[in-house]
Each structure stands twice: as structure tokens, then as C-alpha cells.
Design a protein around this ligand. Structure first.
Ligand code: HEC
Ligand SMILES: [Cu+2]
Length: 419
């Protein structure tokens, strides 16, 4: 009797637990759905490569769901069909002289092995997995196919703790110094395959813009080819997807996809150096503060007088042994020549403009955008407070407790001239 009652109570607890699990699952799904207005979205592809992945993913998911319900269904059927029913158990217990409510003679027939069943559940999954692996291999080969011409745009992607640098080679030749160097926003033309060369300056990172393609690791000392392509203009979020230290979660990026004409205009704009400001010009004071405090790490083409040897002196930690081939590349910090033309900063975790920048055409944000002054000033004042550095301070931007508020205002005014 005892046994049967305990069983009944256990059953009740099981259903209560199941209900809790389902509620938690539902809440998690609901919360993740509204966590961010630009989620890292793997399910709505926005380019042919991501399409290729989802064309594989959804059929496999379908097969997996069928298998799941078949297996779980069989288990639940067995449990229900062959469970000890309370009344039977009580009767058996009454009959028996032992405490055991199920006498030995009442156990169901015990069997061992069933050749046909076992063959079936070995062969069917093997065939299933073999078929899936063939389609997977085909997809892997297709994802690696580069259809862009040799002299088309190529971008070297450099991951580092904890931001992304993009070096543009307009003629496709990655062995020469880049034409454009920018950070965190990979601006690219729509409906055109963009071949990438992915590498790292320090530890292993992984490049991932889920709406455009899968992941590819960024490994120091190696370059991994990859491609991305987008069907529609827009801003697609990406994220470092290989744990790379303290601020790994804050190592985001965007692919900014433009119509061909806008893309051309962007390229022309980025090729222009910044003109050194003269005394009396707005931003001049800020430029002075910048040259005194910031130019040993940050490059502003045409303004910072780059002596690469000086610059890299004591910066080995940053450069990670990579050969610096261009005066545009600081080897340490984002190139700020066109900072104001970007919509985000610091690994794309802060918006540079208040009003959601994608509502303004990308090429106009620097003119029409409403500066997010709070985050930018806070960043300059104390970057490690906004985004954690390594404990040894050898990574990321240093704090500037010595700058006055006036100097910070001047710096911001200067940075906003960098369009
Ligand atoms: C020790 C080197 C160093 C110095 C000095 C330095 N920075 Fe930085 N700065 C960095 C690094 C590294 C990053 C990227 C940090 C990140 O994204 O996590 C950065 C990022 C930035 C960014 C965001 C750029 C982007 O596109 O994401 C701005 C703006 C900036 N710094 C401004 C300044 C100003 C202004 C100064 C001078 C007061 C300064 N920095 C001094 C290393 C430095
Ligand atoms: Cu990372």
C-alpha cells in the first residue's frame, strides 16, 4: 500500500516540475525575443551564404524533430503501457507474503535482445546521418567558393581584444598596404560577394555575422579566407564568437550594407585624409589635446605624424608580432580618421548617435546625427570603466583621469570633425 501511494505522489510532483520547466522555457523564449532590436539572428538569412546554411539547417531540423517525437513517443508509450498499475500492485501486494508488492512470479517476461529491432535502429540512423553528411559536405564546399574576381574588393579582418579592424584592399591585393582602415563597421556594397581574409593580432577570435554567413576563426599568424554577401542594404549585427578574454561579450561589430552608388561615395570619403586644423579653426584645441594624449595609439591619417618605429615602441603587446605594413594601421587602436562617419564605437557596444542611426542614411549620420555625447565623453574619461580591460592594463584604452572637462569637450569637438 505504502509503495503505491508514494508512487502517486511522485507522479504529482513530476507534473508540477514539468509545468515549472515549461513556464521557465516559455519565459526564456519570450525574453530572448525582445532582448535586443538587432538580435544576432541566425534564422532570418539576409544573403546567399546564410541562405545556403539555412537550406541545410531547416531540413535537418525537420528530420531531428521527427526523430525526437518518434523516440520520445516510443519511450512514453512504453512507460505508460508497461507501468505498474496501482490496482494491480495492490492486488499483488495483498497476495504476496513478502513486503514486496510484486511477487517474483508476477514480473513481466524478461527478454534479452531483439536482432531485428537492433538492426533497424542501427541501420536507419546510419543512413540518415550519411545522407545529412553528404548535404553538409556539399554546403561546406559551396560556402568556401569565391566567385568574386581577383581584382575585386577584398577586406582583411583583424580581430583583437576587443574590437575589429577592417583593412580594405580595393584592388583585391592583400599583400600591399590597405587603401582604407576602419573599425567595427564593415561597410560593403549590396549584392556583391566580399571576400575576407580573417586574422588576429593577439588571441583566437571568431568572426560571425549570422545573417550573412557562418563563423570563421581569427587565429594569430594565420589568415582564413571567408566570404559574405547581403541581399538588402541595412545594418547586420555580428559578434566575436570565440571566448577571447574579459570583454569578449563586448566585441561586437556591424556589417553596413550600402547600395552601389552610396558604397562608391563612402569609399571616396574614406580615402580622404583629415586636414590638420589651423589655430582658430573649430576643433583646433581638441586636436592639440589629441596629439598630446591620444596620438601615440590612434592614427588620424594626415594629422598624426606616424613614425611607425616610435609608435610600435613598447606596443609589442598590442601588435602581437604582426608586421605593420601601413601607416594607416596603428597596430594598437582604431584608426580615427573617419570616426564620425561610423554609427557605433568601442566594439560596437555604444551608439555614436542618439537617434537610432539606421533611420538616417548611413552617409549622413555625421552631419544629421544627434551625438551620443554621454557615452563618448564617459569613454574618453575612463574607458576601462565602460569596458573592462585585462587586469594588467595591456589591452584596450587607458583611462585619462588627468584630462579636465574642458579638454574632454574640446576632444569631442575635434573627434566630430573627423568625418
Ligand atoms: C594606450 C593606447 C590608447 C590611447 C593613449 C588612447 N586610446 Fe582610444 N582606444 C584605444 C583602443 C585599444 C581602443 C579600442 C578599444 C575597444 O574598442 O575596446 C580605443 C578606442 C577609442 C575610441 C573608439 C573608436 C572606435 O571606432 O571604436 C575612441 C573615440 C577613442 N579611443 C578616443 C581616444 C581619445 C580621445 C584618446 C586621447 C584622450 C585616446 N583614445 C587615447 C587605445 C588608446
Ligand atoms: Cu571573443
Amino acid at each position: 500500500m505504502m509503495g503505491a501511494r508514494t508512487r502517486g505522489r511522485l507522479g504529482g510532483r513530476f507534473w508540477r516540475r514539468l509545468r515549472l520547466v515549461l513556464i521557465a522555457l516559455g519565459a526564456a523564449l519570450a525574453l530572448t525575443a525582445c532582448a535586443d532590436e538587432h538580435p544576432l539572428d541566425t534564422l532570418t538569412e539576409a544573403g546567399p551564404d546564410a541562405q545556403e546554411i539555412n537550406d541545410l539547417f531547416f531540413p535537418v531540423l525537420g528530420v531531428a524533430i521527427v526523430v525526437f517525437f518518434l523516440v520520445q513517443g516510443a519511450i512514453i508509450y512504453m512507460v505508460m503501457r508497461y507501468r505498474v498499475r496501482r490496482r494491480e500492485a495492490a492486488a499483488a501486494a495483498a497476495d504476496s507474503d513478502s513486503d514486496d508488492f510484486y511477487g517474483d512470479e508476477d514480473y513481466p517476461e524478461q527478454v534479452h535482445g531483439n536482432l531485428r529491432l537492433e538492426l533497424a535502429w542501427t541501420i536507419i540512423p546510419t543512413i540518415l546521418l550519411a545522407v545529412i553528411s553528404v548535404f553538409t559536405l556539399i554546403s561546406i564546399v559551396e560556402l568556401n567558393e569565391v566567385t568574386a574576381a581577383e581584382d575585386d574588393l577584398r577586406v582583411t579582418v583583424v580581430g583583437q581584444q576587443w574590437w575589429w579592424e577592417f583593412q580594405y584592399h580595393l584592388d583585391g591585393d592583400t599583400s600591399t598596404p590597405p587603401d582604407i582602415v576602419t573599425a567595427n563597421e564593415l561597410v560593403m556594397p549590396v549584392r556583391q560577394q566580399v571576400p575576407l581574409e580573417i586574422t588576429s593580432r593577439d588571441v583566437i577570435h571568431s568572426f560571425w555575422i549570422p545573417q550573412l554567413n557562418g563563423k570563421r576563426d581569427a587565429v594569430p599568424g594565420r589568415t582564413h579566407p571567408w566570404v559574405i554577401e547581403a541581399n538588402e542594404p541595412g545594418r547586420y549585427m555580428g559578434q566575436c564568437t570565440e571566448f577571447c578574454g574579459l570583454s569578449h561579450a563586448y566585441m561586437r561589430m556591424y556589417a553596413v550594407v550600402l547600395e552601389p552608388a552610396e558604397w562608391e561615395e563612402w569609399v571616396q570619403g574614406q580615402m580622404v585624409d583629415a586636414a590638420p586644423l589651423q589655430p582658430g579653426e573649430p576643433g583646433y584645441d581638441g586636436q592639440e589635446v589629441f596629439l598630446a594624449n591620444c596620438a601615440n595609439c590612434h592614427v588620424v591619417n594626415g594629422v598624426t605624424d606616424v613614425d611607425l618605429d616610435d609608435q610600435l615602441d613598447g606596443m609589442d603587446d598590442y601588435a602581437g608580432g604582426n608586421t605593420i605594413t601601413s601607416a594607416l594601421v596603428a597596430g594598437a587602436a582604431p584608426n580615427l580618421t573617419h570616426l564620425a562617419s561610423r554609427t557605433t564605437f568601442a566594439g560596437s557596444i555604444f551608439e555614436l548617435y542618439e537617434d537610432r542611426a539606421e533611420r538616417i542614411p548611413y552617409l549622413e549620420v555625421a552631419v544629421r546625427g544627434d551625438l551620443n555625447r554621454g557615452d563618448l565623453e564617459a569613454w574618453i574619461r575612463d574607458a576601462p570603466d565602460r569596458k573592462a580591460n585585462d587586469a594588467d592594463g595591456a589591452r584596450g584604452m587607458t583611462a585619462f583621469p588627468g584630462l579636465t572637462e574642458g579638454e574632454i569637450d574640446a576632444l569631442v569637438e575635434y573627434l566630430m570633425t573627423l568625418r
